[in-house]
Design a protein around this ligand. Structure first.
Ligand code: S3P
Length: 185
């Protein structure tokens, strides 16, 4: 029972928010492994339920429709999961009302990246419809400027992730959540 200690000190969902490219899904999966929690990613839930990729949903139905699906997904998660690490799409906390829903869902952690690292990480990305076309840097800059205050006000915990490896990020998250994830019971 190496992980029973964490379960005694931390119960509930952990939600990872942050800009595209900040590592929500990869950090989330590793954190779930470390804590023996389940993991889910709202983008993957939406793709599974709608049998289409996020890009296809944006293309055929538009962004507003996608945002509705995101809100619906968070509401479903509130009713259905516990002790789960949930990574949410970068734009999900931005829509009115979603920030409150996320707080209701669990403890919110903002994985904070600087603008320069985001630009570097997303330079060749082809999977994010919001960054398609020209002026990628300008798009990132504008979105980040608008979103950052919302990420900050939604988060219970902020972890700066530039220049940190996974172990360091997980250790910091566990320390901030007061989870003793290495020693166990
Ligand atoms: C979006 C982020 C994406 C995905 C969609 C829109 C956004 O998720 O939900 O392309 O508005 O920032 P990631 O943050 O996992 O890339």
């Amino acid at each position: 029972m190496p992980y029973s200690y964490e379960r005694k000190v931390f119960m509930g969902n952990i939600i990872l928010i942050g800009f595209m490219g900040c590592g929500k899904s990869s950090v989330g999966k590793k954190l779930a492994d470390r804590l023996c929690y389940c993991f889910c990613d709202t983008d993957r839930v939406i793709e599974r339920d709608n049998k289409r990729s996020i890009s296809e949903i944006f293309e055929t139905e538009g962004e507003e429709y996608f945002r509705e699906l995101e809100t619906k997904t968070v509401k479903q998660l509130i009713d259905s999961v516990n002790n789960c690490i949930i990574s949410v799409g970068g734009g999900l906390p931005i829509k009115d009302g979603n920030s409150e829903l996320l707080k209701k869902l669990g403890t919110v952690i903002y994985l904070k990246l600087t603008k320069d690292t985001i630009i570097q990480r997303l330079e060749y990305d082809k999977t994010r419809p919001l960054l398609a076309g020209n002026d990628r840097e300008e798009k990132i800059e504008k979105l980040l400027l608008y979103r950052e205050p919302i990420y900050l006000s939604t988060a219970d915990i902020i972890v700066e992730v530039d220049d940190k490896d996974f172990e360091q990020i997980l250790d910091e998250i566990c320390n901030k959540l007061k989870i003793n994830s290495k020693e166990g019971i």
